[in-house]
Design a protein around this ligand. Structure first.
Ligand code: FES
Length: 106
């Protein structure tokens, strides 16, 4: 089963039990994660920076391409609600979507 490591959240490691779940749903089993539009691909608050394993993710959706064209999603970023895992990834929570009640490392 794939593993997600959140590098700037004390390298928290999350094992994906069901590959049919979105990356957002996997993250929500172990930590709080912003998702303002309710996982509909209509905001960018759920975005994540991919450190390693980009090729283990499903291709970008139309929603992600839309935000990429608007420069709201960088080449190394994905919307967690639109992304599914095929293998291990290491990620970081971008500064702009960090939650105030959690402690992040550099
Ligand atoms: S929660 Fe809004 S785009 Fe993912």
């Amino acid at each position: 089963m794939p593993t997600v490591v959140i590098a700037n959240l004390k390298s928290k490691s999350i094992h994906c039990e069901d590959k049919r779940e979105s990356l957002l749903n996997i993250l929500l089993t172990a930590t709080d994660w912003m998702h303002a539009c309710g996982a509909k691909g209509r905001c960018t608050t759920c975005k994540v920076k991919i450190i390693t394993g980009m090729d283990h993710l499903t291709p970008r959706t139309k929603a992600e391409e839309h935000y990429s064209k608007l420069n709201k999603l960088r080449e190394n970023e994905r919307l967690t609600c639109q992304t599914f895992l095929g293998g291990d990834v290491t990620i970081e929570v971008p500064l702009e979507t960090q939650l105030p009640h959690l402690t992040y490392s550099e």
